[in-house]
Design a protein around this ligand. Structure first.
Ligand code: MOS
Length: 743
């Protein structure tokens, strides 16, 4: 029975956030707090030959200038620097030595009594370099592409699938075919909250660290290993995150620098990055993709070739799934795909909302649109004709897949049947109107996690797990799951997260948190329920003395007999028998791999977009969009809708605006601010509509959820690009589609 799961609920953390009660990493203070300001390199490659340390130390209020010359001895093995999201390779180590390996590299930290003095002193740091030639342009180095090094990589990262059939032969023979090169620019995460760490140096030398992160235990592990500290002496707290989008999956360099300074000075230190410095670490990598599709005379998609080349750094092989989606979306018999990396003198790229998915799928879905156009088939009809019930590459059926229903409901809501197929055939005054659509897909995964459920002496349920809430609604859905599992009124349930002292949970990413932590919360509450039932059985005159667990239920903060709910014992009375102590249970949940591995598991979407393109100026406006999502069970339609709308907004932003432009002469991003790095704002967004298609999945995880953090963005860029093609007859394959490309 669910009273809360499946119901729209406002965020339980909403009031704290809008009233400013929710504190972020840079808002915690400590007695005698010192302030660090980072100095970044201004060259892309070379050696530091001199830093004017003595002069900087003369400035009143400056406490220390940390550089590679005076840093303490630190762990020397790469393994110590590997965080939960580290790709194969040697992680970057700030202040390691005199070498500069990318432009913007943190090379010094000024620590001062006030932030203002630290910033002022940092502006007076003079660095002399011995410069070397650098290479930062992917498009000039495509010939250097090579496969990623194998090694430990995070969940969701598998190599390209093996070829099937004979692509060359099928493509040669295909009466309908398309070939296109798709170029995606670098994008940077631009959350509202800048990366910050406040390191509180406790009297006993232990550290309490307020950090911006998508996983407090990940930061704890990193700090303990790099600085050779016992885990118990490092506590990382991160209850609120002001947006992250993947950037918080790895500890960023301000954490390292703040901890280093605090340990050396035996004093609390805060280091915050500026907006400009937010452009000096991970980013979505630039990619070049070549796609070729072939279809038979009756419109059967028969051949797919997908080759992708992405940039990475010289020291780590960041890689993502770019070319593996076609086998999950289309039943073509002849396929071939490759994925290569080009190491450049840049920082290692980093996961960003739907990493790889919103790179590979848009390219594929734009070529599918082109092919349907050449055949003369409606794009929805073409996708329905080439629909797959199984993942072709893994040869596994889907645990559930209601994509057909997404097409049907999405098309109906949008009014797709009114579309005139010919490009440039619809207009409104001097603007061309285009209707485009695309499919989205994202994997539904679950990992292991732990949670603790506590019934307090006051009869309140308190559940904790060391996960994060990056604005996705984790606090709220976990509260709903806990309340329903133990039959508690939601006002009496509190869920807490973001503390490395709490039971372990993985980094919050990959859209796996609802499934992963949700299951742990459910199991912990179930286990607590079992414990409470046993206690109830032992109570004096217990009505449950001879009753089996199967015959009772938890409702309205009572244990009740299923056959006669008036036979009941209140949870408050049960905890009252515990000698004035709370009753608690900590549980671990693991995915049931035996069952899950027999199926492919993914969320799907169908996206429909209308654009207006000004014929004279080439300006594009997305006037309305509908996304129909098959994402398993929807825990909370309100927060779920917010996730999809957020993804759609970013999809529009990626399609039309976002681009980090590098000046390759300096190997430096030029538009490192929000006035020149354009993101979609209110004025860019009109009508967005979200449909959740019913999808019952008993295999994917015990909750039947698929996760919604990423599926909302995946289908959007291609739907926009396809709408622009329909409006203008121009197929632009490089994102973002800025007006110069349409004129
Ligand atoms: Mo997401 S890019 O896995 O935070």
């Amino acid at each position: 029975m669910t009273k809360y799961i499946g119901k729209s609920m406002s965020r339980v953390d909403g009031v704290a956030k809008v009233t400013g009660k929710a504190k972020y990493a840079a808002e915690y203070s400590a007695p005698d707090l010192a302030y660090g300001y980072v100095v970044c390199s201004t060259i892309a490659k070379g050696k530091i030959t001199r830093i004017n340390t003595d002069e900087v130390l003369q400035i009143p209020g400056v406490i220390q200038l940390f550089t590679h010359e005076n840093r303490p001895r630190l762990a020397c093995f790469d393994l110590n620097y590997k965080d939960q999201d580290a790709p194969p390779g040697s992680p970057f180590r700030p202040l390691r030595d005199e070498k500069v390996v990318y432009n913007g590299q943190p090379i010094a930290l000024v620590v001062a009594e006030t932030f203002e003095v630290a910033r002022y002193a940092a502006s007076l740091v003079k660095v002399e370099y011995e410069q070397e030639d650098h290479d930062t342009a992917l498009e000039h180095n495509l010939h250097r592409g090579r496969g990623p090094k194998s090694g430990v990589a995070s969940l969701l990262k598998s190599p390209p699938p093996k070829p099937r059939g004979d692509f060359e032969k099928a493509f040669q023979a295909a009466p309908f075919k398309t070939t296109g090169q798709h170029i995606h620019s670098v994008e940077h995460h631009n959350p509202i909250e800048m990366f910050s760490s406040t390191v509180v140096y406790e009297k006993n030398g232990k550290l309490t660290i307020y950090d911006k992160t998508q996983g407090a235990p990940n930061s704890q592990m990193y700090v303990a290993q790099v600085f050779n500290l016992p885990f118990k002496d490092v506590r990382v707290i991160s209850p609120y995150v002001g947006g992250a989008f993947g950037s918080g999956l790895r500890p960023q360099y301000q954490l390292f620098l703040a901890v280093l300074a605090a340990l050396e000075l035996k004093r609390s230190v805060r280091v915050s990055l500026t907006r400009q410095q937010m452009f000096t670490f991970g980013h979505r990598p630039a990619t070049v993709q070549n796609l070729s599709l072939g279809a038979t005379a009756d419109g059967t998609l028969d051949a797919i070739r997908h080759d992708a080349i992405a940039e990475t750094s010289r020291f780590e092989d960041y890689f993502e799934i770019v070319v593996n989606w076609s086998g999950m979306l289309y039943p073509a018999e002849n396929t071939k795909s490759t994925y290569d990396l080009v190491p450049l003198d840049v920082f290692t790229p980093l996961d960003m909302r739907a990493p790889g998915g919103v790179t590979g799928v848009p390219a594929l879905e734009m070529e599918i649109d082109e092919l349907a156009h050449k055949i003369g088939m409606d794009p929805v009809e073409f996708r329905l004709k080439n629909y797959t019930e199984k993942d072709m590459d893994q040869d596994l059926p889907f645990s559930s897949k209601e994509l057909r229903e997404c097409f049907r409901q999405g098309a109906e809501r949008f009014g797709w049947s009114g579309r005139k197929p010919e490009p440039r055939s619809m207009r409104r005054g001097h603007t061309l109107i285009g209707w485009g659509m695309a499919t989205g897909i994202w994997e539904a995964s679950q990992g292991p996690a732990r949670a603790e459920a506590v019934l307090t002496v006051n009869g309140k349920l308190r559940v904790t797990s060391a996960t994060a809430d990056i604005g996705t609604g984790t606090y709220t859905i976990m509260t709903q799951i806990a309340a329903d599992t133990l039959g508690m009124p939601i006002e009496d349930v509190i869920f807490r997260l973001g503390d490395s002292d709490m039971p372990l949970a993985p980094i919050e990413g990959g859209s796996w948190t609802a499934a992963t932590v949700g299951t742990a919360v459910k199991v912990a509450c179930e286990d607590l329920g079992k414990k409470l039932f046993k206690m109830a059985q032992k109570m004096k005159n217990s009505p449950f003395a001879d009753v089996k667990q199967d015959d009772i239920t938890f409702a309205d903060a009572h244990i009740r007999l299923k056959s006669d709910p008036s036979v009941a014992v209140s949870l408050l009375d049960i905890v009252g028998t515990n000698g004035g102590r709370a009753v608690s249970e900590t549980s671990t949940s693991l995915p049931s791999m035996l069952e899950q591995r027999k199926y492919a598991r993914a969320a799907h979407s169908a996206v429909f977009v209308e654009v207006e393109v000004d014929e004279d100026f080439g300006t594009v406006r997305v006037t309305r969009a509908v996304t129909a999502v098959a994402g398993g069970r929807i825990l909370n339609p309100k927060t779920a809708r917010s996730q999809i709308v957020g993804g759609m907004v970013w999809g529009i932003s990626k399609a039309l605006e976002e681009e980090s432009v590098m000046d390759h002469q300096f190997g430096r991003f030029m538009n490192h601010n929000l006035s020149e790095y354009h993101v979609a704002v209110h004025a860019d967004i009109r009508e967005l509509d979200v449909i959740f298609v019913e999808e019952n999945d008993t295999i994917v995880n015990p909750l039947g959820v698929k996760g919604l953090g990423e599926i909302g963005i995946v289908g959007m860029p291609a739907a926009v690009a396809n709408a622009i093609f329909h409006a203008t007859g121009k197929r632009v394959r490089s994102l973002p589609i800025t007006l110069d490309k349409l004129l």
